[in-house]
Design a protein around this ligand. Structure first.
Ligand code: AMP
Length: 454
């Protein structure tokens, strides 16, 4: 049975692989772009750190010293969990001196901007968060532009040429393969630890002044980086709300999308749930971020939400109950979506995102249209098919068509779509994968009617 279903999914993948659904899209992206300094964790780096005796049950959300760093690393590696930890200047200095980094364009906005540029989007407008010369230069060759409202008009400056006087920011991305061990048993999967500095997103005034005009020209407003708005985030969140309202007032059919990232600070997470989520049309999450959110929404089964599609569905419904029309979750082996759009369109966009994600994982960089054939030989994840069986059992209990769900990936009664994905055995890098997947599926999904104004 599973074999015939897997064959059916191979057919679905073949049917979408020739298309470029991002061609011509018009995107507004805010807030964060950074310089990512990426390296693999190896024995040499680990030798410089004191190995914890046991895996800590929790880790410090802010790493003040090297012991905090070691504990965070040990927690991330032993659980195969992507972690992002804010680090003191001393810890950042230590990591910088360790050397061996490849410098890349990073941050959610830049990652999605690069993807959309390479796939011939018509417009890619970015917020110029801390654009140092270094950061701007990493935008080279992209279509990204910074819109600036000056004297009632909008001027567009190529992102690669935009610079303003602000202190730059770099993230240290420490990638590890499945099987690496630091403290306890081997890492159950390849993943990464991110050391971020204490600097926060800087809002750019002229960009803000362009917002009303630029929103009119766009299909969707992709928002990310709320976790980088500092300890005193209230004023920043107020600004984000103001930006959403301005954009929506100017273009009621603009889709507002929030990309949720790991937010260790509970107060901040609550503020996102209470004050930002009710204003957005669409949300992108991974399984750990979903579990964090669901915890606050009254589903305290963190481990189950991380690992079981039935609980994930329940958690996604809780987010939807806040007024969010589209919720899109990606995890290793499958993606799951609740969407108001036609199920066939949603499946197409998820399959496209899965191809893009597999290619990025195997090449270790943002893919281009000509790279997509690389995904063909990447096997379908057994885990995805298994979790879909679990969802199908649930549908059976509800007396809806569970067989169609397994073969086609959709259940119209539930506005639900799932796809098993292709998983690369030894991914080159995992950083930016989730943002690439979310951006690819958001911008390739065809919305029936634009969302109504809120
Ligand atoms: P995030 O941790 O939010 O950046 O999300 C990473 C996503 O990338 C996961 O949810 C998976 O869907 C996908 N992914 C991770 N590792 C691989 C891999 N080896 N092959 C294909 N996709 C992957």
């Amino acid at each position: 049975m599973r074999e015939s279903i897997a064959r059916r999914w191979e057919e679905h993948y073949t049917a979408v692989s020739e298309e470029n659904p991002l061609e011509g899209v018009k995107a507004l992206l805010a807030y964060n772009s950074v310089v990512d300094k990426v390296r693999a964790i190896d024995g040499q780096l680990l030798k410089l750190l004191r190995k914890p005796e046991v895996v800590p049950p929790i880790y410090a959300k802010t790493a003040e010293d090297l012991d905090d760093l070691s504990e965070g690393l040990c927690y991330s590696i032993s659980n195969g969990l992507a972690l992002e930890v804010i680090c003191s200047p001393d810890v950042i200095r230590f990591l910088d001196e360790a050397g061996g980094y490849e410098e890349r364009l990073g941050g959610q906005v830049a990652t999605v901007a690069r993807l959309l540029s390479d796939f011939s989007a018509a417009s890619v407008f970015v917020h110029p968060d801390r654009f140092s010369w270094k950061l701007a230069s990493l935008y080279q060759g992209s279509r990204a532009e910074v819109p600036l409202g000056i004297g009632g008009k909008v001027e567009y400056v190529k992102a690669e040429e935009f610079y303003w006087d602000c202190s730059p920011e770099a993230h240290y991305i420490l990638e590890y393969p499945a099987g690496l061990s630091f403290g306890d048993g081997p890492a159950p999967r390849a993943n990464r630890f991110i050391a971020a500095p204490m600097t926060k997103v800087l809002f750019h005034k002229e960009w803000e002044e362009s917002l009303s005009k630029v929103s009119k020209e766009c299909d969707a407003f992709f928002i990310a980086g709320l976790n980088h708005m500092g300890e005193e985030y209230e004023e920043s969140f107020r600004k984000v709300r103001e930006h959403i309202r301005t954009a929506k007032a100017s273009n009621p059919s603009l889709i507002i999308h929030l990309e949720i990232t790991s937010v260790p600070d509970l107060r901040k997470r609550e503020a996102i749930l209470d004050d930002i989520l009710p204003l957005v049309d669409s949300v992108g999450v991974n399984e750990a971020e979903l579990a964090d959110m669901a915890f606050l929404l009254g589903l305290p089964r963190w481990e189950q939400v991380r690992g079981n599609a039935v609980y994930q569905l329940e958690a996604m419904h809780l987010i939807r109950a806040l007024g969010v029309r589209r919720v899109n979750m990606h995890t290793l082996g499958y993606y799951l979506a609740l969407s108001p759009n036609p199920v066939e369109e949603v499946r197409k966009s998820l399959l496209f995102a899965a191809i893009v994600g597999a290619v990025r994982a195997s090449l270790g960089r943002s893919p281009r249209p000509e790279d997509l054939s690389e995904a063909r030989d990447v096997p379908l994840a057994e885990r995805g098919l298994k979790e879909m069986e679990r969802l199908s059992e649930l549908l059976k209990l509800k007396d809806v068509d569970h067989r169609t769900f397994l073969r086609e990936g959709w259940c119209e009664e539930e506005s639900m779509v799932a796809v098993p994905t292709r998983v690369v055995d030894n991914p080159k890098y995992t950083v930016g994968l989730g943002d690439t997947i979310s951006g690819a599926s958001l911008f390739s999904e065809k919305w029936g009617k634009g969302p109504s104004p809120r």
